[in-house]
Structures are given as C-alpha cells and as structure tokens.
Design a protein around this ligand. Structure first.
Ligand SMILES: [Zn+2]
Ligand SMILES: [Zn+2]
Ligand SMILES: [Zn+2]
Ligand SMILES: [Zn+2]
Ligand SMILES: [Zn+2]
Length: 705
C-alpha cells in the first residue's frame, strides 16, 4: 500500500533529530532508500544462519554509509543546527528499526529503483533565464519592463533530450515584453521590426537548443558530445544521431538526422559568432530554417574562406622564436646544402637553369644584428598547402558559382540556361528533348552515352577502388595534390581525344581547400582554389588573409610550390610587401630535386641552408666533444597533423552544399585551433616574459641592478 504524508511525518518524528538541517534530512532519506538492496542481502543471510547472528557485514556497511550521509558536506549546510553532532546515535538508532522504516514508506521487494521511489525528477521547465526586456528603456519608477508569460499558447508540452541522454517531456513557456512585444524563448529572442516582420537574436549561453519547430529540444551538453565526437571520431550528423538513438534506445522518441544537423548548426552558430566576436548585432529572420541561419553566420565569419579567430596574434614556442642574426663572416658549408638531408646526385646534363627574374637581386642583403638594448624582433613560421577536400560547383570550368541544386543539379544561378543547350562545348545547339543533355547530333548522343556508362555508375567507394588499382599498376602520373585523381578512358569525339572533350554533363568540384597554419599546428586561415592550385589564386589567398594585418605576416611560409609563388610575386610587382616581409621556402624533398634546375629555388627557397645564412631556420650547437652540429629550428611535423585529421572529413564534405561546407570548415578549424591552444598550455609552451624581454631588447638583470 502506498504510504501517505502521515507515514512520512511519523518517520521524520521517529527517526530524525528535529535540529537537523532540512537539506541534510532529505538527503539522508534518499540515501536510506538507496540502501534498501543491502537490507535485503542482510535479511537473506540471517535466514540461512542456524544460530541467529544479529549483525552481518551488510548491516555494518549500512551503518557506516548512513553515518557518512549525516556528515556529507556537499550539501553546503551546517548539518546540525545546534552544533552538536549526533550522527553516530541516529544512524545506530535508524539501523535498529530499518525494516519497519521501509514498510512505513511502502518500499517492498517489488520496488524498482528505490532511490527514485520518493524523489522523482520533475518535468523540466524550459523558460528564458532573463527577467526583464533587453530592448526597452527603463519605464515607471525607473524599472526595466518585466517579462510576462506570453498569452498565446500557454504551456507547450515538448520533448527534450536531457544532459544524461534521456528523452523526457518538458514544459515550454515563452516570456514576452508587455511594451515592445519581443518574445523570449530559452534559446532565442524574436522581436518586431518595421514591415510586419520579426527577426531573432540568439541567446549565446542557452542551456537548451530547439532542434525542430515541432517541439524538440536538446540539452547543450549533448551538443558538446557531438562536438567531441566530431573531433575524436570524425562523426557526421547522421552517425551522431544513430549513436544517440542506440544509446537512448527509446521506443517513443528518436533524434532524426535533420535534428542532429540542426543541433550542430544551432550550437556552432553560437560558438563561431562568440569566437569571432560577432555576437553584437547578429540577427536573422525569426524561427529561421537551419540553412538560412547557417548562411547568415557564414556571411559574418567568412564566405568561401576565413581567418581563424585569434590565430593572427597566436604565438608559442613551437612556432615563434626570438629573431637570430648571422654571426661572423665565416661560411662553413654549402648555401645549397640542406640540414638533415644528404645531397642527391645531380646529373650535370640535366642542369638547364631557369634564370632569376630580372628584377630580383642576386645577393640577399644581410640583416645587421641590432645593438644591445635595441629590439631584435621575433620570427614566426607557417606552413601552407592544398588539401583535396572538395564540394561541387557549376559544371562550367571557369565558373566558381555554387550549384542551385546540390542534389543533382549541374549549374549555378547565372548559368541555369545552359540546361537547354547541348552539354558538349562549344556545340551550343538546343537539347533534343526536355530531359536530354545533348543536341540531336548522333555523335554527341553517342559520346554522352559512353560517358554515362563509364562514369555515372561509379560510386565514391568505386572511384576509390579504381584509383587504388591505377596506383598499384603505376599508371598515375597526375599525383600533384594530396590524393591522386581518377583517370577514365573516354572515346575520342571527332578529332578531340576523349579526355579533352569539354562538357557540362555533371557538376564540377572546387580544386582544393587551401590552408595555412603556424608550425605548431594552430590554423590561421583557409580558402579555396577553383581550377588548380595556381600561383595567382594562392597569392590572392594570402594577400587577402593578411590584408588587415600587414604587420602580423609570417616570417616564413613553408609551401611545396614556394619557388613558383615567389617567382609570380616578383614578376607581378617587385615592390610587393611579401618580398620583404616573408621568406617562402620549400620542403627538403622538393629542394633537393629542384635546386639544380632553378636558381631562384636554390638561392631563395632552401628550407635549412648549411652555410649559416639562415640562423632562424638552422641552429648550430656544440656537443660535448666541441663538434658543432646543425639542427632545424622549427619542426613542421605537427603542422602536418592537421592535414591527416582533415582528410578524415573528405567524404562528408564532398556531399555538402557550399554553405554547409564553409560552415563545417569554419567549425573544424575552430575546434582544431582550440585543441592546439590547450596543448600549448598543458605542455607549458606559451611565450614567456623572458621571451618578450629578449624580443624587445630589455635586459632584466641590468634593470634589477
Ligand atoms: Zn521590450
Ligand atoms: Zn604556435
Ligand atoms: Zn556557373
Ligand atoms: Zn551538340
Ligand atoms: Zn622549387
């Protein structure tokens, strides 16, 4: 029979000291209930004993645990309001009549989960954490207008996924300002703007996020798990939803893929805007669809590229060193030697030097060491490269436009009319029927058919399989970018070889994601190359990135096409700031192969010259026997880890619209940067006061004297 309040009163009167603080008493009561399984074990053991042994180990433990409960300090109260601790007496006392106490409360062998028998969790209330309107000025008695409960739609029953991964039903209540009629939801505020429209602003520290307009809410902690799953397991939206559903295993409710994506976009819209310092003034249409929100956020944090928040001013011991100057005149070693690499044999017959561009000096000016007490500056090294992480774009080669329809469309907004002309360029004749992609020319129809047969049936794993086979057979020569490309044999069309036929039969992809990161791995910025990783595109990428931060340019950029880039810069404009701010260097492997044939590469791009001309890149240390050894000053291996981590997202990204792609890359860069910054702190690699003193030429010892 269920216990009534009367029984509870008796229990409190009989077993609990009246001077015990109320939080402590209720806590002891929950602990008591949780001990019930131990009492069963105790009674069972007594039954078996031939002679009645009054005490068992079980009962001993019950007593100890009860006493601890009376002492538990986490409740933050002075448990015994009179100051006299009577835990010992009372736990003894309760234990003597424990089975009667359970009977009074109505706990029996059939009670499931006795601990939550009395204290069920109430249904969560979802309401704004604000009290007053944030828009309206103070009114009567200088008070800000208070929020009232909105009249329309009193309490709404919604589903909520709790922080402990359970679906529960919750009550949503919306607040409203009586003056301006702004609606206050737990995660957003909507308000009227001129023209009968409403806009919304985000609540940045919202504890719950709405993931469906049909009343589904998710605790922010779940969004954090999603964030961690992305970082640790490369988990996409659908994977995460599947995992949540496997874990909650609730027959009534599950998280859909769309809701998982919505959670991601809601959570990271807030994270990105906060990280980029763009929360003030951000708004979009009220109750916006997730694509609208994502597009709006992308507009603010960077479309088709972006700078990672805080990265410009990043510095740590692994990417930033005090500037070093060349000591003395003696040059031991070879200007074209590379520290840590054996010189490869150079066939003199192959040497056909490409000369330096005319406006490039043959001898580099030497930097003089500043006088003691003068600032000597610092150097930062960055690593740049292109990664084969793509999204689809317009089928016309020269067009960078996003597709109107990413599911199965081929053209951007501006080129939609191309749907009605032949897909073989430059035919230009109208298509033969509404669903055709070529004109009525039989050779065009036939060429398209064989193209379809070769290509369209290949799925992404299929393409990868073919590439692996081609690589194994050694017939892949276009291994330029990370990740080889697929080569498919196509029939010739008239005189044009198959692979040279220009057509619009399927959407194209961007060429690569271009990233630049500090040597320690902190990403600085990203952008896209559309047709190839061409030097003009790469130059415009870095110029755009540092446009607002000319004084924060890296001292070194390691890039596998640094020589081409440098040649391009110097031919374009011999006074370009890049030529004085930054040295572009290649990796050792490229250098050993290229130095023989390219004087620019040999004289400007050596990653670690052995002649002492680049003390910032090469350290000379004396060992115990007095022999000098040269080592690289920067280790770029950590910067490479970003690449392998990003590669794990390739198949997810290639399915995405340009908006989702950009949003996702922003998120990945934000997360990666945060993790590296955490590692810098954990490993104590921050720049110290001594470092800055040295950079600024301040001698503390002298100052102390
Ligand atoms: Zn108001
Ligand atoms: Zn760093
Ligand atoms: Zn286009
Ligand atoms: Zn045609
Ligand atoms: Zn080169």
């Amino acid at each position: 029979m269920a216990a009534s309040v009367q029984q509870l009163i008796w229990i409190l009167e009989l077993f609990f000291p009246p001077e015990l603080a109320v939080q402590q008493a209720l806590y002891v009561l929950t602990v008591l209930l949780s001990l019930y399984p131990l009492l069963r074990l105790h009674l069972n053991q007594l039954n078996e004993a031939r002679r009645q042994a009054p005490r068992t180990g079980w009962m001993g433990s019950i007593q100890v645990l009860l006493k601890q409960a009376f002492h538990e300090e986490a409740n933050n109260v002075e448990a015994w309001t009179t100051g006299i601790d009577m835990a010992e007496e009372y736990s003894d006392y309760i234990c003597r009549d424990l089975d009667r106490l359970y009977t009074l409360l109505g706990v029996t062998d059939d009670t499931k989960d006795p601990a939550s028998f009395l204290f069920r969790h109430p249904r969560p209330i979802l309401a704004t954490s604000r009290l007053n309107c944030k828009y309206c000025p103070p009114g009567d008695r200088n008070l800000l207008p208070s929020l009232r409960r909105r009249r329309k739609g009193k309490a709404q029953r919604v589903w909520m996924l709790t922080a402990t991964m359970q679906w529960v039903s919750a009550d949503l209540l919306v607040g409203q300002c009586g003056t301006c009629k702004a609606d206050y939801y737990p995660d957003t505020i909507t308000k009227k703007v001129p023209g009968r429209k409403r806009t919304q602003e985000l609540e940045y520290d919202a504890e719950y996020l709405r993931v469906s307009k049909h009343g589904v809410w998710v605790h922010r902690k779940i969004a954090l798990s999603q964030e961690n799953a992305l970082h640790r397991f490369h988990s996409g939206w659908s994977n995460f939803a599947d995992w949540v559903n496997d874990t909650t295993n609730d027959i009534n409710m599950s998280l859909t893929y769309r809701q998982s994506q919505r959670l991601f976009i809601e959570h990271f819209s807030r994270r990105l805007l906060v990280a980029h310092g763009k929360t003030v003034g951000f708004s979009c249409e009220a109750h916006a669809r997730m694509q609208v929100l994502a597009a709006k956020v992308r507009e603010v944090v960077g479309k088709n590229g972006g700078i990672i928040a805080g990265a410009m001013r990043h510095g740590c011991m692994d990417c930033t060193h005090v500037k070093r100057y060349r000591e003395g005149e003696v040059n031991v070693g070879d200007a074209a030697g590379v520290v840590g690499s054996e010189p490869g044999p150079i066939d003199p017959a192959l040497i056909q030097e490409e000369p330096l561009p005319a406006n490039m000096p043959h001898v580099l000016p030497r930097q003089e060491k500043p006088a003691p007490g003068q600032p000597c500056g610092y150097t930062r090294l960055s690593v740049m490269d292109g990664k084969s992480l793509k999204h689809h774009k317009c089928a016309l080669d020269d067009c960078e436009g996003p597709l109107v329809n990413f599911k199965n469309g081929r053209f951007c907004e501006a080129h939609l009319d191309y749907r009605s002309i032949c897909g073989i360029i430059p035919c230009g004749r109208p298509i033969v029927s509404a669903d055709a992609v070529t004109c009525d020319d039989p050779t065009h129809i036939a060429w398209h058919k064989q193209y379809e047969d070769r290509f369209h049936r290949l799925s992404f794993p299929g393409v990868q399989r073919v590439i692996r086979r081609q690589m194994a057979a050694g017939d892949d020569h276009s291994h330029q970018l990370r990740g080889p490309s697929l080569q498919v044999q196509l029939q010739a069309l008239g005189d044009t070889p198959g692979e040279k036929v220009v057509h619009t039969f399927k959407a194209k992809s961007i060429y690569c994601l271009q990233t630049i990161q500090w040597a320690c791995g902190v990403p600085i910025a990203w952008g896209k190359c559309y047709r190839s990783e061409s030097t003009p595109q790469v130059l415009s990428f870095i110029s755009k990135v540092w446009a607002d931060y000319p004084e924060l340019r890296p001292s070194f950029v390691v890039y596998d096409k640094a020589c081409d880039l440098l040649r391009h810069i110097v031919t374009q404009d011999a006074t370009d700031l890049w030529l004085t701010s930054t040295k572009f260097i290649v990796d050792a492997w490229h250098y050993i192969g290229h130095q023989a044939t390219d004087v620019l590469c040999r004289t400007r791009c050596n990653p670690a010259p052995t002649d002492g001309s680049q003390p910032d890149l090469v350290l000379t240390e004396l060992d115990d026997h007095g022999n000098s050894h040269q080592t690289r000053a920067f280790n770029t291996e950590t910067a490479e880890q970003l690449n392998s981590w990003l590669n794990g997202f390739e198949s997810q990204l290639r399915q995405m619209t340009d908006i989702n792609y950009d949003f996702y890359i922003h998120v990945l860069m934000l997360l990666y940067g945060e993790k590296v910054e955490k590692r810098v702190i954990a490993k104590n690699r921050q720049l110290t006061q001594e470092f800055w003193d040295e950079v600024n030429g301040i001698d503390r010892m002298e100052m102390d004297e």
